[in-house]
Design a protein around this ligand. Structure first.
Ligand code: NAP
Length: 280
């Protein structure tokens, strides 16, 4: 039976470490706020935004909420971002995605000052990560690295298979595993022999957005399985991309959903905010 990699516990440790750091920074006169912008009232986004504000309150940094109506124009949003870029107290700017269809997400992401890009989505932040330069790391993949390291999973030299190649999870995930000296294979919807490739993985990271897709037949005995997927099933219960009950019988360690990767994303966002305050 697999060991459970407890994202709730590990994210709590990280937030407690950050809380101490924020206190020390305050003692040195360094403070800052995270600006959180939500356009529209998507219920899932509202939950994420609330969790982010709560996390800020917990570690002791200010959060500034901008709740804008669905019909907000791209121009108005760009103007707000321009103002926040100039505000000294604002050390991080987060625009909750997805945005309404009439707003170009790429344009919005690129308008955020690099120094305040705490989501790590700006093309220059991604470029810096790719060549190993300092900068903000994309939160979910960085959270997975922390989960593995803090669970004492050896990464160096291991074969890591990543399922998914999105800009926010799969690609940065593969790059960060490469940075940790794993041998990385990236798979996607056109990959042939997905099962055979996955069965070669020492570490299997699943970010495909398909509820309960990956069963035990995709997993090598003793592999570590990280499930990034989040879905609500037909009974409104949260589940991941992995068939947890059967995969935990073959894996040596596994993340549950909920309570695995999810809480780590917010912890890493907080870590980026603290980094931004430190670097001012
Ligand atoms: P996405 O943009 O939909 O990307 C899915 C990726 O999976 C694509 O690269 C796609 O390939 C690949 N894929 C789809 N079906 C496949 C198949 N049958 N075989 C192999 N590959 C397949 O999703 P995402 O934004 O990366 O998110 C992935 C999952 O993680 C979602 O469930 C999302 O909700 C969750 N998520 C969780 C967190 C968190 O904090 N825990 C954060 C972000 C996302 P193609 O490129 O060929 O289409």
């Amino acid at each position: 039976m697999a060991e459970i990699i407890d994202g709730k516990k590990i994210s709590q440790q990280i937030k407690d470490e950050l809380k101490d750091k924020v206190e020390a920074l305050k003692a040195n006169g360094k403070t800052g706020a995270l600006a959180v912008i939500q356009v529209g009232e998507d219920p899932a986004s509202s939950v994420y935004v609330r969790n982010k504000k709560n996390a800020c309150a917990y570690i002791g940094i200010e959060s500034l909420a901008y709740e804008l109506p669905e019909e907000t124009s791209e121009e108005a949003l760009l103007k707000l971002i321009g103002e926040l870029n100039e505000k000294e107290q604002v050390k991080g700017i987060l625009v909750q995605l997805p945005l309404p269809n009439h707003i170009c997400e790429d344009k919005i992401i690129q308008a955020i000052s690099l120094k305040k890009d705490v989501d790590g989505f700006h093309p220059q932040s991604v470029g810096a990560m790719t060549i190993g330069e300092p900068g903000f790391l994309s939160c979910t993949p960085a959270g997975v690295i922390q989960l593995l390291k803090r669970s004492n999973v050896e990464i160096s030299g291991k074969h890591c298979v990543v399922i998914g190649r999105s800009n926010i999870v799969g690609k940065p995930m593969a790059l960060l595993m490469l940075r940790e000296n794993a041998t990385v294979t990236v798979t996607h919807s056109r990959t042939q022999n997905l099962k055979e490739i996955c069965r070669q993985a020492d570490i299997l990271i699943v970010a495909m957005g398909k509820p309960r897709f990956i069963g035990a037949e995709y997993v090598k005995e003793g592999a570590v399985v990280i499930d990034v997927g989040i879905h609500r099933d037909e009974n409104n219960k949260l589940c991941g991309d992995v068939k947890y009950e059967e995969v935990q019988q073959v894996a040596s360690a596994i993340t549950p959903v909920p309570g695995g990767v999810g809480p780590m994303t917010i912890a890493m966002l907080m870590s980026n905010c603290v980094q931004s305050i430190e670097e001012e």
